[in-house]
Design a protein around this ligand. Structure first.
Ligand SMILES: C[S@@+](CC[C@H](N)C(=O)[O-])C[C@H]1O[C@@H](n2cnc3c(N)ncnc32)[C@H](O)[C@@H]1O
Length: 292
């Protein structure tokens, strides 16, 4: 089977796609968790905005979809307090184990984990006061199904806010990573808006349309520029090599020497963002909120 057939198969068949996604995030769970403090610093401002747009407050029961290692889960746990609770869900049990460990270490007894595909949450209808999903929706093969699931489990009047990457034109680092990995793996360029891709929900107006179709009202999107700041290009490369599941999955198709050549090529291109004040990678996010 060629690299192209393998990748196309996994993109076309949503069960295979999710199986790979699950395995990929189980594998990169420790890396994503290890870089938790960098992710926290990078996403601090948009995360605060997301939690505000979801209307999270003391005593509420909150759903955190595709929670990963639970960085935003800890913020939610703080905001809802001991009388509230957060249910952190993710397709990867490996990464949820990290989330639970982080919650325990931070002294939060109000965090629960629940392994579930966001397109089939396996939770009772009308359970949650609010829900969030930080950088997860774009990985769903059918994000509308995921949004309908979130809508279903919200109580009437409950709010949801989802954070996704904006389009490739304002996320050049993601574009470089994906296109260079694909080229080195001998794969044809992929439509950046193909479902399941990093910037697949970045098309202007798409998130609003999907939210309306899922049944949400008072839908609004806020665009935020959130550059990723690190001391050097090498630091960003370490972060990506440890934690960027989708890129690692493509480069896994190569032998060691070819993979190292791809990483060198990526690093050379990303070096244009090295400044005297550190490495500053442009990054733009979309925060879309709505109410049931
Ligand atoms: C980029 S990480 C974001 C994690 C966390 N929300 C954060 O911002 O730190 C994406 C997460 O989406 C999860 N994911 C991917 N596909 C999923 C699906 N179909 N259902 C639930 N979670 C999924 C992955 O396992 C991973 O933990």
């Amino acid at each position: 089977m060629t690299n192209e057939t393998m990748l196309q198969d996994s993109l076309c068949d949503s069960t295979v796609f999710k199986h790979r996604m699950h395995a990929q995030w189980d594998e990169s769970a420790a890396g994503w968790d290890r870089h938790g403090s960098k992710i926290r610093e990078w996403l601090r401002v948009p995360t605060d905005a997301m939690l505000k747009m979801a209307g999270i407050s003391l005593g509420q029961i909150i759903l955190d979809v595709a929670a990963g290692a639970g960085d935003q889960t800890l913020d939610i746990a703080d905001r809802v307090g001991a009388d509230g609770a957060v249910v952190a869900t993710d397709i990867s049990e490996g990464i949820l184990t990290c989330a639970l460990g982080n919650a325990v270490n931070a002294g939060h007894a109000n965090v629960r984990i629940h392994r579930a595909d966001a397109e089939d949450l396996k939770l009772k209808a009308a359970t949650f006061d609010a829900a969030v999903c930080r950088l997860g929706l774009m990985f769903l093969p059918n994000p509308l199904v995921g949004l309908k699931e979130i809508h279903r489990v919200l109580k009437p009047g409950g709010r949801f806010c989802g954070m996704v990457f904006a389009g490739p034109e304002v996320n050049p680092c993601l574009r470089i990573l994906m296109s260079t990995a694909m080229r080195h793996a001998g794969l044809p360029p992929r439509d950046p808006f193909q479902p399941g891709g990093l910037v697949s929900l970045g098309k202007p107006g798409l998130m609003d349309d999907l939210m309306h179709q899922a049944g949400f009202q008072s839908v609004a999107t806020t665009r935020m520029e959130v550059p990723f700041r690190l001391p050097t290009t090498a630091d960003y490369m370490t972060f990506i090599r440890d934690s960027a599941g989708p890129i690692l999955q493509i480069l896994a198709l190569l032998d060691d020497a070819a993979r190292e050549a791809a990483w060198r090529d990526i690093a050379k291109q990303l070096d244009v963002y090295q400044t005297t004040g550190g490495w500053i990678g442009p990054n733009t996010l979309l925060l879309t909120a709505g109410q049931k």
